[in-house]
Design a protein around this ligand. Structure first.
Ligand code: GLV
Ligand code: MN
Ligand code: MN
Length: 413
């Protein structure tokens, strides 16, 4: 058989995704599968069951990432790897991450049932905690695997209830023995929904990101003075929530001041004691700054940090800032990016190059191996929400591009 004629089974991919979407399903049509929760465990168990059906060698590493390895003709050659993440945002969608894992599974099922032998081994991966919404930062396990983040630092990250990553990993039974340490990878492909509006707007089926923007995360802690809201005059208050409100709006104005297609967001806030008749005395909020330009993002942070300090001083609310996480912008391997575009066109799918504004494990993988991604359109450009949606035919198209890219890389000498 000519490998170029091989295609995935779109119906099977759809039913696989629908099966997964039952785990952690939300009433609004999305999923909530926060990392290392019972829902994450159930989805992992199902994924492992499916890997076993393909006779893959299953490896679970010390960060809980799950790898399924299919032998090549020459197992001494470096591997071709593909995957993404099974975890989701709170009230997230049915496609973010899981499409890349189930898409890679579908390509391996197709390769398996057609008894295709490749030169190189092919590995499918589910990276633990890509989202970072339960345990910050995002891309935690791929960060450790690629040697950028320290395993023990990762183990001690805590969620909002003070539970440690390592204890939750142990609890769900996915603390593997295999070292979370990079091995040679010939090519890494990550298949994902776009999560933005560009492909739909341009009428394209496939996006080939040239790379991923930088991601900078900060945590801001403010102290105020609690008091009865009724008898306490407005003058002389130290209201931590008002200080935060001013800061949040300052941050919101920052991209317009800086340019460079920057985006800046406060997405999470905790207010204490959170009673309508007590002046807030403690606030924590997060800051997310992204741009293709690392230096501009650092300059932006310096600027807004000074503004934050001035606001804190004026309002008498001491401020503490943690510089939680920085990932540099990540320009992908141009040869592989071009391969995604060419393959899409060969298969008859309109394609463009673009930039990913979302973070992906591909960002860290790109630091250790030639990397590219395949995007398919998000309906209405909506993602990280329950209504996140992608047409089934586009899911199939992206999986076909993934299959053909994997086959090309896996048969390279
Ligand atoms: C990952 O989902 C991100 O924050 O872009
Ligand atoms: Mn994702
Ligand atoms: Mn996401």
């Amino acid at each position: 058989m000519n490998l170029r004629d091989l295609r995935v089974n779109g119906r099977r991919l759809r039913s696989t995704l629908e099966e997964m979407a039952k785990i952690g399903a939300t009433p609004g049509g999305g999923v909530q599968r926060l990392t290392l929760t019972d829902e994450d465990k159930l989805a992992r168990d199902l994924f492992v069951k499916w890997l076993k059906e393909l006779d893959l060698e299953i490896i679970i590493d010390e960060m809980g990432s799950i790898f399924g390895k299919r032998d090549g003709k020459n197992n001494d050659l470096s591997h071709v790897m593909s995957g993404s993440h099974i975890d989701s945002q709170p009230k997230g969608g049915r496609f973010d991450g899981i499409l890349g894992v189930m898409g890679a599974l579908e390509t391996l099922r197709t390769i398996h049932e057609n008894e295709v032998e490749t030169e190189r081994p092919i590995v499918i991966v589910d990276w633990t905690n890509e989202e970072g919404s339960r345990f910050a930062p995002a891309m935690l396990a791929s960060g450790v695997w690629t040697g950028v983040l320290d395993r023990d630092w990762a183990y001690h990250r805590t969620d909002i209830n003070g539970r440690r990553f390592v204890d939750e990993l142990e609890r769900i039974g996915y603390r593997g023995a295999f070292p979370a340490k990079e091995w040679p990878v010939h090519a890494y492909y990550e298949y994902h929904i776009e999560q933005g509006p560009i492909l739909e707007r341009e009428g394209k089926t496939i996006g080939a990101p040239k790379g991923i923007v930088c991601l900078h995360w900060y945590d801001v802690y403010l102290e105020g003075e609690a008091n009865q809201v009724g008898p306490t005059p407005m003058a002389g208050r130290h209201d931590a929530l008002c200080a935060a409100a001013e800061m949040i709006l300052k941050l919101n104005q920052l991209p317009a001041e800086m340019g460079g297609n920057m985006v800046a967001t406060v997405g999470e806030i905790e207010n204490y004691p959170n009673s309508r008749n007590i002046i807030p005395d403690k606030v924590h909020f997060t800051v997310d700054i992204r741009s293709w330009d690392d230096d501009l993002s650092l300059q932006a942070w310096e600027k807004v940090r000074k503004d934050f300090e001035k606001i804190a001083q004026r309002r008498g609310c001491p401020i503490r800032i943690e510089e939680t996480w920085r990932v540099e912008h990540s320009p992908f391997d141009q040869r592989l990016v071009q391969r995604v575009v060419d393959t899409a066109k060969e298969l008859g799918y309109p394609a463009i190059q673009m930039i990913s504004g979302a973070g992906h494990d591909a960002s860290y993988m790109n630091q250790v191996a030639p990397t590219a991604m395949i995007f398919v359109p998000s309906i209405g450009g909506r993602s990280h929400v329950e209504v996140e949606n992608t047409k089934w035919e586009d899911c199939e198209a992206g999986a076909n591009v993934l299959l053909q890219c994997i086959l090309q890389s896996a048969n390279e000498s």
